[in-house]
Design a protein around this ligand. Structure first.
Ligand SMILES: NC(=O)c1ccc[n+]([C@@H]2O[C@H](COP(=O)([O-])OP(=O)(O)OC[C@H]3O[C@@H](n4cnc5c(N)ncnc54)[C@H](O)[C@@H]3O)[C@@H](O)[C@H]2O)c1
Length: 337
């Protein structure tokens, strides 16, 4: 039997506490330590677990020498903490968005490549069982060509997040899922954004993405809705898939009149609706298991630094469009290792 990998979690806020919980009972992994400058959060995370708690990242890395680390600190601190983890030679899962700015993301990706550590980004919806089922069905050609994808991710204002606006904080989830489902890149974006509660950044936006292959992406994302909704509809020539990310459900509304010919719709009429059974699992657990397996098997990162950088670049283009009032072309994202 191989020795368990040593894991660590840096940042024990609302998301980091979940990373610690999931690592603490994962096969093949031993949670060795956690770090957060807030002593109460450290005390809560170590309670009842045989793990060490630290006030700072440097001491955690020196004392526990982790093989894999979740970095779950506020977005503005991603670069500083990720670079420390990479310098210590540990593999890391960096929460989304990969960084607060594209130059910071590029420095992180370059450092990881130069140090030979695995860097993956916490685009958690890729590990949602309903999205996996949808991806399989699309790959088998069930819907035919995708015409439009619409995402609605709305809910109440999270007072803890003050360092970035809602485009950077929530946008990358759906931008990444649209790229993943379409297997295509965004060419141009247009967005309108508003600031109501946030003093420095937007808390509501509506965005439109044009993909290179012609598909449209529509994003309605805000922190101003008094009920939480996370849904995605994928309109295809042969019907429409609807995902509820939170409930992990997937339904298909068939276009009864779908043309057999690819690339053209002769007519659209309402057909039967089918709900597919989904084996529900906690997406964070699936994500961290994939991280573990990639480290163990020396496999590629489940979500690459490039994926993280592209999602961030599209988010930055959406912000630029909302500020200028004009459509913005998304530049190709690259980084030299
Ligand atoms: N994948 C998802 O669905 C998801 C959900 C929520 C948050 N997140 C991401 O996780 C990150 C954290 O978000 P959150 O909601 O947990 O925020 P949070 O404010 O609840 O927690 C952040 C924690 O980091 C700690 N911290 C601050 N500076 C630190 C440092 N230098 N070293 C170690 N710890 C430090 C804080 O004390 C706090 O406990 C953000 O990047 C956010 O975008 C991802």
């Amino acid at each position: 039997m191989t020795a368990p990998l040593h894991a660590a979690v840096i940042g024990l806020g609302s998301m980091g506490a979940n990373h610690a919980r999931v690592f603490s009972d994962m096969a093949g992994v031993e949670l060795a330590g956690v770090a957060d400058p807030d002593p109460e959060r450290v005390a809560k995370a170590v309670a009842g677990r045989a793990i060490a708690g630290f006030a700072d990242t440097g001491t955690l890395l020196r004392e526990t020498k982790p093989d894999l680390v979740s970095v779950v600190v506020p977005t503005q601190l991603h670069e500083e903490v990720a670079l420390q983890v990479i310098a210590a030679g540990a593999n890391l899962l960096l929460e989304k968005p990969i960084a607060a700015t594209l130059p910071a993301a590029r420095r992180i990706a370059q450092a990881a490549a130069a140090n030979g550590v695995l860097l993956t980004v916490g685009h958690i919806e890729r590990f949602n069982p309903a999205i996996r089922e949808l991806k399989d069905r699309l790959s088998e050609g069930q819907g035919g060509r995708i015409i439009q994808i619409r995402a609605r991710r709305v809910g109440p204002f999270p007072h803890r997040i003050r360092d970035v606006g809602v485009i950077h904080d929530l946008g990358p989830h759906d931008i990444d899922i649209m790229r993943y489902l379409l297997d295509d890149e965004v060419e141009r974006v247009y967005a309108e954004a508003r600031r109501h509660i946030n003093t420095d950044n937007e808390d509501l936006f509506a965005g439109m993405l044009r993909f290179k292959g012609g598909a449209l992406g529509l994003l309605e994302i805000n922190w101003l809705t008094p009920t939480k909704e996370r849904t995605l509809s994928v309109l295809c020539e042969k019907g429409m898939f609807v995902v509820d990310y939170a409930a992990q459900t997937l339904a298909f509304y068939e276009n009864f009149a779908a043309a057999a010919r690819e690339g053209a719709i002769a007519s659209v009429t309402e057909g039967p609706m089918t709900r597919y059974p989904i084996g529900n699992r906690e997406p964070l657990r699936v994500e961290l298991e994939s991280f573990r397996d990639a480290v163990l098997g020396k496999l590629p990162a489940p979500v690459s630094a490039h994926d993280g950088m592209v999602a961030l670049a599209v988010a930055e283009a959406l912000v630029a469009s909302s500020e200028s009032g004009n459509p913005v072309v998304v530049d190709e994202v690259s980084f030299a290792a």
